[in-house]
Write a protein that binds this ligand. Structure first.
Ligand code: PEP
Ligand code: MG
Length: 883
């Protein structure tokens, strides 16, 4: 079995397309090597070995060991160095690299191969004893942490103590012999803590590190990350063993990370940071403040530290040309790691860079305009659900607010919330429904759950590529990082900003687009959806087959949805209109009336209100289709619940409390969702349907007169199971239509249809379609009735089901293709058999879920309908579904 793929010296056994086997890092190292780019030689152990390691009781196959040994011999041949001995020791980096990027979640060991002997050789060979001993202590510290399980902090303490004793402020002031002493203290500490010395055998070191990287696949933070990002646990991680190159070999050495375009805005400009005389971990850890790569960026940031362009012009220009080469090759924005060793540039990683949605939009549109990708590819490059990020509120620029600090604009959007200082507090506050801003000196992968629970993140240390910044951008959460003028004191629970001291629980607002931090809650505005967004959406619109409508109950919803590009209303839940203002009172009178006469009196009052609502909706939609659903929920939803409310309503209605309570009891249902609701109401009380139909028709006449465009209302009957139910309600609607036509002298055009929300309706669709001009799949109820799981109680156990692997996805969020989906297909096919022109749509929550939309395309629906804010997501998903 081939476990190991080698690369280096202009050749490689793997390719970029081998991501599943080699992991992202390994596959792209191989690709870069075969492109002839300067990549230190190395080998990749395939991810299947990781799966084996975990299945096989943490053992590794014998042939793997032989293949690694032979791979290392190849590295020795290329570098002229020897692993574990000799005058020129070969040092290795051992890094994880899974199929999907999991930044910072798994472990890494650098400078491997140093021991008491090789450190001397390295000192000799490099001519820099200080570097050799510094590398050795880095190695011990990292190895002890990752492989031997000792906390990194205890080494930092020794280092701090020593610095104090020697009177040094910075690590850079520590001399070779002082590092040597620190190494002996480190080794002493390990032996004391573990009873075993630090391993001198470099083979033991190597296999210890490889095992630790495999083991780190299962560490809790990696498991959480996979859970959040739907990454299967059985993929495993590959391991990359590569010859070390040193960014810490003096002032002509450096290490850095860069993006070929700005990952925040998408602007075509090299974007990155580097540190002179440092190793890779120092950049990501955010301990030292990095320097700009380009001179332009340095000037823009106002930094007085020289840029890489100025400091290392040759390496800089080679780097720029590699950036261009990689972008053209991969046809996408790249995120790269590099090291410069004594002036010589080495590429350590490249991958498609994570970016904000705004940047993703801009980059996709720019790449089309640069001729690198097609519009179809551009459409597929945007994750539909990420469009949510664009709809994030921003701070109203006209509002003046006291700024209490500022940092880097690390992830766009603004957020307000209570200050919390730990991830645990963030999680528990979120569970209580409170909105929080997580405030930290810096974040680490241990904070993932807290970051996920927060509305926004503020750190006082770290750059644009610090952990907080990268993760927040990925999650679409606003983040301000490196707010150096602010100070967090976790122990006393305070955040100190310019001239103020805030405690846990105080409200702050952060603006991840400008980097500002403000006290209190600040008014926000919605972003304009034009420019790149507009272009991309236009491409999506001309690609998709399905229409996208919206679920809108109010004029405000309808207006918002229009601005997001909705092409009609797929569901207006009329009941929501009855909760507005004092209408609920009239509604209650209607419900509680004992006889038809009383109901009619109340309905007469409701009629003009409904008519007015519908007139507004029709005018806003200006001739686009509008589907209005007749009253659906069980009536008691409108009734008073608390004693106080009961007393008040009874008094207002002039009913005795006893009589009132008696009526309430009579309306009580054991299982209201399966009770007196939907078309059953219209059958018991046809006068309700009559009033609603009248309001709809009169409004249609009025709106057509106002706007000059004809209105063809679509009236939808909910919760039909029998054709005879639909026949009955339809007759009521037709009768009212005839009456309104007669009264107004206008010929009315309208459609009558039904929702498919019950398995019986799906199965009898061919018969129901005889009486229906359209079907709209109410997949909320259809999921509830197909599974027999109450949609209102599901949340309590669905999560457990997911955790225990009983079901993969919550069927109320993402359509159950196998069961509910099958019913949809059956209903669509049977319905169209009877009525080929039958219009088919979906208006359950699933109408805004990308995977479900993909299903709808496949099932041949005509449109999806979703909440206004999901309309852009649906437009893009519907386009992707056709590609
Ligand atoms: C549905 O059941 O999917 C639906 C859209 O109706 P409601 O959610 O109002 O029951
Ligand atoms: Mg329903």
């Amino acid at each position: 079995k081939k476990w190991v793929y080698t690369f280096g010296d202009g050749a490689a056994e793997g390719r970029a397309s081998d991501i599943a086997t080699l992991g992202g890092k390994g596959a792209h190292l191989a690709e870069m090597a075969s492109l002839g780019l300067p990549v230190p030689p190395g080998l990749t152990i395939i991810s299947e070995a990781c799966a084996r390691y975990h299945q096989g009781g943490r053992c590794l196959p014998e042939d793997l060991k032989l293949q690694v040994t032979s791979g290392i011999s190849g590295m020795e041949a290329i570098t002229g160095c020897k692993f574990g001995s000799g005058s020129q020791p070969l040092l290795l980096s051992v890094r994880s690299g899974a199929r999907a990027s999991m930044p910072g979640m798994m472990d890494t060991v650098l400078n491997l191969g140093l021991n008491d002997e090789t450190v001397q050789a390295l000192a000799q060979n490099s001519g820099d004893a200080r570097f050799a001993w510094d590398s050795y202590r880095r190695f011990i510290q990292m190895y002890a942490d990752v492989v031997m399980g000792l906390d990194h902090e205890i080494f930092e303490e020794i280092l701090e103590d020593e610095k104090g004793r020697l009177g040094h402020e910075y690590d850079t002031e520590i001399s070779a012999s002082e590092w040597q002493h620190i190494v002996s203290l480190y080794k002493g500490l390990i032996e004391e803590e573990l009873g075993d010395p630090f391993p001198q055998d470099t083979q033991v070191q190597l296999w210890g590190a490889i095992g630790a990287v495999f083991a780190s696949w299962m560490n809790p933070r990696a498991v959480t990350y996979r859970h959040l990002h739907n990454i299967p646990g059985d993929w495993g991680t590959a391991v990359n063993v590569q010859a070390m190159v040193f960014g810490n070999l003096g002032s002509s050495s450096a290490t850095g990370v860069a993006f070929t375009r700005n990952p925040s805005t998408g602007e075509k400009e090299l974007y990155g940071e580097f540190l002179v005389n440092a190793q890779g971990e120092d950049v990501v850890a955010g301990i030292r403040t990095p320097q700009s790569i380009t001179e332009e960026a340095r000037i823009a940031s106002g930094s007085d530290k020289p840029s890489m362009e100025k400091l290392m012009p040759e390496a800089f220009s080679e780097f720029i040309s590699i950036c261009g080469q990689l972008e053209t090759h991969y046809r996408d924005m790249q995120d790269m790691e590099f090291t410069i060793e004594r002036g010589k540039l080495w590429m350590l990683q490249t991958r498609s860079g994570k970016r904000t949605t705004r940047a993703a939009m801009k980059i996709a549109v720019d790449l089309v305009e640069e001729g690198l990708i097609t519009t179809d590819e551009a459409i597929c490059r945007i994750e539909p659900s990420s469009l949510d990020q664009l709809l994030h509120p921003t701070i109203d620029p006209s509002i003046e607010r006291p700024i209490i600090g500022s940092g880097l604009p690390a992830s766009p959007g603004a957020a307000s919330g209570e200050i919390v200082f730990t991830s645990e507090e963030a999680v528990s506050a979120k569970a209580e429904g409170r909105r929080v801003i997580l405030v930290r000196m810096e974040t680490s992968p241990e904070d993932i759950h807290g970051m996920h629970a927060a509305e926004g993140i503020l750190t006082t240390r770290g750059g644009m590529t610090s952990h907080a910044a990268v993760v927040a951008r990925g999650m679409g959460i606003p983040c301000v990082s490196g707010a150096g003028s602010m100070r967090v004191d976790i122990r006393s629970g305070v955040l100190v900003g310019m001239g103020c001291m805030l405690k846990k629980g105080d409200i702050i607002t952060i603006d991840g687009s400008s980097g500002r931090v403000m006290r209190g809650e600040v008014p926000m505005t919605q972003p304009a959806l034009s420019g790149d967004f507009g272009k991309l959406m236009k491409w999506a619109d001309s690609t998709r087959r399905m229409k996208v409508r919206t679920n809108a109950d109010t004029p405000a919803d309808a207006r918002a949805a229009r601005s997001f590009g909705a092409e009609g209303i797929g569901l207006c839940r009329t009941e929501h209109m009855f909760f507005e203002g004092d209408r609920i009172q009239v509604m209650r009178e209607m419900i509680l009336a004992e006889h038809e006469e009383g109901r009619r009196a109340a309905l007469d009052q409701l009629l003009p209100m409904q008519r007015q609502d519908f007139t507004k909706l029709f005018s806003i939609m200006h001739g686009l289709p509008v589907t209005i659903r007749l009253l659906d929920p069980p009536l008691h939803e409108f009734l008073p619940k608390t004693d106080g409310e009961i007393v008040e309503v009874a008094a207002a209605m002039g009913m005795s409390q006893t009589l009132f309570r008696h009526r309430l009891d009579a309306l009580h249902e054991f299982n209201p969702m399966l009770g007196h609701r939907g078309c059953r109401l219209a059958i018991s009380y046809p006068e309700i349907a009559e009033m609603q139909a009248r309001a709809i028709f009169e409004a249609a006449v009025e709106a057509a007169r106002q706007t000059g465009s004809p209105v063809v209302p679509e009236i939808m009957v909910p919760l039909v199971g029998l054709r005879s139910e639909l026949d009955y309600v339809r007759a009521v609607i037709d009768r009212v239509a005839a009456a309104v036509a007669e009264e107004t002298g206008v010929t009315l055009e309208y459609l009558t249809g039904t929702m498919i929300e019950l398995p019986r309706a799906a199965l009898r669709a061919h018969v129901i379609a005889e009486a229906a001009e359209f079907f709209s799949f109410g997949t909320n109820d259809l999921t509830q009735t197909t599974f027999g799981i109450s949609r209102d109680d599901a949340a309590r156990f669905i999560e457990t089901y997911q955790r225990k692997g009983i079901i993969e996805r919550d069927p109320f969020i993402s359509l159950d293709f196998d069961g509910v989906g099958e019913l949809i297909r059956i209903a669509a096919d049977r319905g169209r058999q009877t009525r080929p022109e039958l219009k088919l749509g979906i208006c359950g929550e699933h109408g805004g879920d990308p995977a479900s939309i993909n299903f709808c395309e496949d099932a041949g629906l005509d449109y999806v309908s979703c909440s206004p804010f999901r309309v852009p997501i649906a437009r893009l998903s519907a386009a992707q579904a056709t590609l």
